[in-house]
Design a protein around this ligand. Structure first.
Ligand code: HEC
Length: 141
């Protein structure tokens, strides 16, 4: 009888651990939006998508602790692959990375050279595909 109870406890704990893992990351603030002139800026590196590799490296050094290994967010920072983020323009993402939102815990990265910030934007897009008006995120190996 004790064994059966223990088995239930183990199963219960496993389910709890799995659901904690898949629990969504810290929610984003929908009110934090970039001004129109910033949103309209075009990524000067748009024609060189291969530079996203450098962005990935930077992300590992500067962003991963909060936004997670795969950009999918942690309890500290939101998922950057979500449709709400991917629907924003390159310019808007660049503006958010540059200025941050210190009150909400997103630091400013204006100290990084501009090309590095645009490389980060390239990386945030890497693997994101758009179909019709909705944006999806495709897993990259
Ligand atoms: C100390 C933790 C932390 C670090 C480090 C960090 N972020 Fe953030 N980031 C946040 C938080 C918290 C938010 C949510 C802010 C909000 O919603 O107001 C955020 C929001 C963002 C957003 C806006 C998402 C949206 O919902 O519109 C982008 C883009 C972003 N971060 C990119 C980056 C990049 C790129 C780096 C590395 C260069 C980085 N962040 C490093 C905590 C962090």
């Amino acid at each position: 009888m004790i064994r059966v109870t223990l088995a239930f406890v183990v199963v219960g704990l496993t389910i709890a651990a799995v659901s904690a893992q898949t629990e969504s990351s810290r929610p984003r603030d929908p009110a934090w939006t970039a001004p129109a002139d910033a949103s309209g800026r075009v990524n000067p590196l748009a024609s060189r998508p291969q530079l996203s590799a450098g962005g990935k490296k930077l992300f590992g050094q500067r962003c991963r602790t909060c936004h997670g290994d795969d950009r999918r967010g942690t309890d500290r920072a939101p998922d950057l692959t979500s449709p709400a983020v991917q629907a924003q323009t390159d310019g808007a993402l660049y503006w958010k990375i540059s200025g941050g939102n210190s009150r909400a815990g997103m630091p400013s990265f204006s100290f990084l050279p501009e090309p590095q910030r645009w490389q980060l934007v390239l990386y945030l897009r890497d693997g994101a595909i758009s179909a019709d008006s909705s944006l999806h995120f495709r897993d990259t190996p």
